[in-house]
Design a protein around this ligand. Structure first.
Ligand code: SAM
Length: 161
């Protein structure tokens, strides 16, 4: 499998899992958290598809496409290992949907980071809320759901509180 194949599988899976999760959580009013803005592709998708929910982005350094850049009030700038606990203390478990796309090109580093981040992410989720992630997460108290038929196994994961 080429890197191009893997990239395409990841993009197709992200869209399928996000669309599924947006629909499943549509009745919830809590905010959506985008963990990792990057180029802003998935943030832009969330903005296009989500109605009536605020979207907050956690990112250490904004470098996104100008069309895909949140305003200051919705940008939580800094290292997520610091900002996630601070936001939890302020807002509590309110997120209806969390999209975690935090990794880079090194699979074993991504796995270690996902393991480290899981207990910092799970407490944000409101009852019935979903996490969509690009890496397998290590949640003690969330249920892993089957991914949609048009997503590729291993390229995205969905968890529910
Ligand atoms: C794979 S990219 C996100 C791509 C994005 N979903 C898109 O569609 O364009 C991962 C992003 O996570 C951010 N990131 C990784 N670790 C972080 C941390 N500890 N704190 C804040 N941001 C972090 C990186 O700066 C990078 O922009």
């Amino acid at each position: 499998m080429s890197r191009l194949d893997i990239f395409i599988d990841r993009m197709v899976s992200q869209r399928a899992c996000l669309d599924y999760a947006i629909g499943e959580t549509a009745a919830l009013s809590g905010p959506v958290y985008e963990l990792g803005l990057g180029n802003g592709r998935t943030y832009h998708h969330l903005v296009e598809r989500i109605v009536g929910r605020e979207i907050f982005v956690f990112e250490r350094a904004v470098a996104s496409h100008p069309d895909s850049t949140p305003d200051e009030a919705h940008t939580i700038l800094g290292d997520m290992t610091q900002t996630l606990p601070a936001v939890l203390a302020e807002k509590g478990p309110v997120a209806s949907l969390i999209h975690a796309d935090m990794g880079g090109h090194n699979a074993s580093k991504n796995d270690a980071f996902a393991r480290f981040m899981s207990p910092l992410i799970a407490p944000h989720l409101a009852p019935g809320g979903l996490v969509v992630s690009s890496d397998r997460m290590y949640f003690d108290d969330l249920e892993e759901l089957p991914i949609p038929a048009d997503a590729v196994p291993g390229r995205c994961f969905i968890y529910r509180r």
